[in-house]
Design a protein around this ligand. Structure first.
Ligand code: SF4
Length: 461
């Protein structure tokens, strides 16, 4: 069976599936404790992203804006950044990190954000001698790449600014990439079962924040500045999403000789096996029986579904590249046919991803990968009947394609706002594999019932 990679043939984008670079850097920032990202641009560059986060997580996050207006957009807005830093430091006594995130407008006018940060560091030292606030410029021009590149750039900038070689530690760096809090919980569970202490960057588990008597309605990340500093002393780094954290892992290897394992994203049984083997190799820890049993449970759950319900069902997948490729690998494990993979930005590296070879070798169908794709690409192919799809895997931006064409859809990725609590549950690890299989099965079952399509089988299953 074949795998073909092509660019979208239309110019322009209709219904984009990705967000812009600053969005990715903001996601890294909100996952850090005592950190408020300062977005240097118009207010919308922060408001629109905060809205997406609020929709997805149903929580509020602190993100500041330098609030550029016409005069600053023409004459330069560095003064706004200076005032912004000053306001944040005065207003938040516990603040320790301010990523200063550029946008399309401020990159175009060429504001010297690095220079402002240097100047502001000196001012802060004089004004607040007892405090240490790290200012980290992150350059995210949004006319290239997407939130995927922004996340990667944000991680790289923060690691480069904060990692500090001191004493060697036994800890393992795990760079999560743009995963959900439920995935982070799963990563921490695997590490704890293996008896490994981790520097988990970015730890978003606390985004599942309780409503407490003090009525604080904001959610904050768990990763500390010390976790970042300690990354230079770790026994190794595992970057779970090559395009979202891989550059920072490589930086630690080149700069501090911390061995890096970049990928695969542990979606499905085989990829999770590799993740656990990599932890074992880097730390010397044995794989415990508890994880072997969990693996067995996941295989058991999948075996109950794969051949009977999944075999030969055609799937279209869109979203972040690591998620899409990981999901396609998972589909092949469970006898689904990932016939169409849509990736939504201009990163040329996607075309050369080594995981396509694995997909092609294992494929039970012809697979088409469309780069720089948009949601209209999927809609048009379904409407034109140039593709026949039984299932859609992707985030909520594709919901009307599924609804209008009566195709069952399982929500995965960001943003997912039209299903409750999806971010609490993993897609990675053995737990994620069985949950994913079960969610897919339940979506197909509901579809069988609504369409009276052999729904009677479920009476005797
Ligand atoms: S594309 Fe540019 S203007 Fe629009 S939100 Fe992103 S950074 Fe801001």
């Amino acid at each position: 069976m074949s795998l073909t990679i092509k660019n979208k043939e239309r110019s322009g984008v209709i219904n984009p599936m990705y967000n812009c670079q600053p969005c990715g850097a903001q996601f890294v920032g909100i996952g850090i404790k005592d950190c408020i990202p300062l977005v240097h641009g118009g207010q919308g560059c922060c408001t629109f992203v905060r809205l997406l986060f609020a929709q997805h997580f149903k929580e509020n996050f602190d993100i500041a804006s330098s609030s550029l207006h016409e005069s600053a957009a023409v004459l330069g807005g560095v003064k706004n950044v200076e005032v912004g830093i000053d306001t944040l430091v005065k207003r938040y006594p516990d603040l320790k990190v301010v990523p200063i995130i550029t946008t399309c407008s401020t990159e175009t006018i060429g504001d010297d954000v690095d220079g402002v940060a240097r100047k502001a560091r000196r001012t802060l030292k004089e004004q607040f001698p007892d405090r240490k606030v790290q200012l980290v410029p992150i350059h995210t021009p949004s006319y290239s790449g997407s939130h995927v590149k922004g996340y990667d750039t944000g991680m790289q900038a923060l690691v480069a600014a904060l990692a500090k070689k001191t004493e060697p530690s036994e800890k393992l760096n795990v760079f999560t990439g743009w995963l959900n809090p439920g995935d982070v919980t799963e990563i921490k569970y695997v590490l704890s079962e293996m008896g490994v202490e981790g520097n988990v960057l970015i730890d978003t588990e606390s985004f599942d924040s309780p409503t407490m008597p003090d009525k604080d309605t904001f959610a904050y990340g768990n990763t500390t500045i010390e976790d970042f500093m300690d990354t230079a002393n770790a026994v190794g780094t595992i970057a779970l999403c090559p395009y979202e954290g891989g550059t920072a892992a490589q930086y630690l290897q080149d700069e501090f000789e911390v061995p890096a394992v970049i990928g695969p994203t542990p979606i499905g049984i085989e990829n999770t096996d590799k993740f656990i083997q990599n932890i074992s190799k880097l730390t010397g820890k044995e794989v415990p029986q508890s994880l072997v049993e969990e693996r067995g449970k996941a295989i058991d759950a999948i075996a109950d579904l794969a051949h009977m319900f999944f075999a030969d069902k055609k799937v279209a997948i869109y979203g972040d590249p690591d998620l899409v490729i990981g999901l396609a690998q998972f589909c092949l494990e469970v006898e689904l046919q990932p016939v169409l993979l849509l990736l939504g930005d201009d990163n040329k590296a996607y075309a050369k991803d080594p995981r396509y070879k694995d997909l092609e070798e294992k494929a039970n169908c012809d697979i088409e990968v469309v780069l720089n794709a948009d949601m209209f690409e999927l809609e048009q192919r379904i409407k034109d009947k140039t593709i026949d799809v039984d299932l859609i895997l992707g985030h909520s931006k594709g919901r009307y394609i599924a609804i209008d064409n009566q195709i069952p859809m399982v929500r995965v990725g960001f943003p997912t706002f039209d299903r409750a609590g999806t971010w609490k549950y993993p897609v990675i690890g053995y737990k994620g594999a069985s949950m994913l299989a079960e969610n897919i099965a339940n979506a197909l079952f509901a579809d069988m019932e609504y369409k009276h399509n052999k729904e009677y089988i479920l009476n005797v299953w």
